[in-house]
Ligand binder design. Structure first.
Ligand code: IMP
Length: 431
């Protein structure tokens, strides 16, 4: 059973990039199956910091093939820039090592403008999107007028379709959102020229991945964003527009339902969120400033994609257990444990007060309006002063840290198998 999935348990930014980098040591294929360049993954190798938005972080290992499945929406400009940056850092990115599905969809500059116009029109009720055109590109996909990567191989037809897309988008932008018109001719020329540079990487990814599975190759699928941003299971409508849970691997890569060996749930040792929407355990006091950091380090809580300060709070075990169940998680990878060092007491949310009742699990399907009515019920455990950053052995972890891990395991019913204590590649303690 050669499939493993790495999936975020919170609202994204759980440290999936570095977790996937580590988990890729023993796999041949690392695949993304959802989202686009709204994602931001940071991996630190020696003195090099890689910030990736689209290409799976496991590609940094020379023996892997990076796959972008049909479930993605791709902005050619970002993808080409990422290919270039990795190549300049000495990492081989060639059509042999990077496969882009011919059934993935393209994001255009008009999708980005529409995303931003839509957010502006929503005013105070805005979702807080990354402005990367994700929602409008998925809207075009579901209304069956999207631009598929495979089409750019037929250049004349593709150009006609791109032009029509810009004409339609222009109508929406000017008439509906009262925005300035776009230059259809220039955008069509520029976009088709840029997108065509991806042609060599475009392949029938579903067929290739199914063949790889038949021949016993190991695949690590990397979910982008986090479970609580899932279009169906997340805090709707404050979610992204794709399937961010383990279920997405089958439709987003084009493979049949089959046993998945490991579902690795990645969660921070506390909670963060960017963008709007409910966050029951959010903090606004000195602890929030402590957990967020000042922004002077790349691992401080400021968005990789947008640079926005992240909202921070205590870990929410009710939501963690929900995410574990939604994804069928078999083990947890706990990140950023070192950040908690120095806190006198650590709180964790183990229930909610909702409409006068105490609930220990969600009695609704993620809805933001229902979640707004949930007040956290906290328990606490002693904190620690120890600096964890140089610890590499499980047995060297202080007992107070092990107690905190045990609280999480006992509540959630799955083992914590790995804990990260720093941003470097080797700052991970395996059990
Ligand atoms: P969109 O995906 O840009 O449409 O944004 C929808 C929501 O998902 C917003 O709240 C974003 O902040 C959030 N979001 C999207 N991608 C990420 C991510 O990779 N990390 C954290 N939040 C994200």
């Amino acid at each position: 059973m050669p499939i493993s999935v790495a999936v975020g348990m919170q609202w994204g930014d759980e440290g999936k990039g570095r977790a996937v980098d580590l988990l890729s040591e023993n796999v041949e294929i690392v695949a993304r199956f959802n989202g686009g360049d709204n994602a931001g993954h940071t991996v630190t190798v020696g003195d090099k910091i890689f910030k990736l938005h689209v290409i799976p972080s496991g590609i940094i290992h020379a023996h892997t093939i990076g796959v972008l499945g049909n479930g993605l929406v791709l902005y050619p400009g970002t993808l080409l820039q990422e290919i270039k940056t990795l190549q300049e850092a000495g990492i081989e990115i060639s059509p042999k090592r990077l496969w882009i599905s011919d059934a993935a969809h393209l994001i255009t500059p008009a999708h980005r403008l529409l995303d931003q116009a839509q957010e502006a029109a929503l005013g105070k009720s805005s979702i807080g999107t990354t402005g990367r055109g994700i929602g409008p590109a998925y809207m075009d996909k579901s209304s069956r007028r999207g631009l598929r990567t495979g089409e750019l191989l037929q250049s004349e037809e593709f150009k006609k379709k791109v032009r029509q897309h810009f004409i339609d988008a222009n109508e929406m932008l000017t008439v509906y959102y009262h925005q300035p018109a776009i230059d259809i001719q220039t955008m069509t020329e520029e976009f088709t020229a840029l997108a065509s540079q991806l042609a060599a990487y475009i392949k029938p990814v579903g067929t290739l991945v199914r063949a790889a599975l038949k021949s016993g190759k190991n695949i690590l699928a990397e979910a982008a964003q986090g479970t609580l941003l899932d279009l169906d299971q997340g805090t709707y409508p404050f979610v992204t527009s794709s399937c961010t849970t383990s279920a997405g691997i089958f439709s987003g890569l084009g493979i049949g339902i089959q046993p998945v060996e490991r579902v690795i749930g990645i969660t921070k040792a506390f909670q963060t969120r960017v963008g709007s929407g409910p966050f029951p355990t959010e903090l606004f006091d000195a602890t929030a400033t402590f957990l967020r950091g000042s922004g002077s380090n790349p691992w401080d809580e400021f968005g990789t994609t947008t640079g926005r300060p992240r909202r921070v709070g205590w870990i929410d075990l009710v939501l963690l257990k929900y995410a574990i169940e939604v994804n069928g998680v078999t083990e947890l990878f706990l990140t950023k444990m070192d950040i908690l060092s120095g806190l006198e007491t650590i709180k964790y949310c183990s229930a909610y007060q909702k409409d006068g009742k105490t609930i220990c699990e969600l009695d609704f399907s993620g809805s933001a309006t229902e979640m707004e009515r949930c007040l956290p019920v906290y328990q606490s455990t002693p904190g620690w002063k120890d600096d964890l950053r140089l610890i590499r052995k499980w047995s060297d972890l202080p007992n107070v840290v092990l107690d905190y891990i045990k609280i999480i395991e006992d509540f959630c019913g799955v083992p914590v198998t790995q804990v990260s204590v720093g941003s470097e590649r080797n700052a991970v303690i395996k059990r």
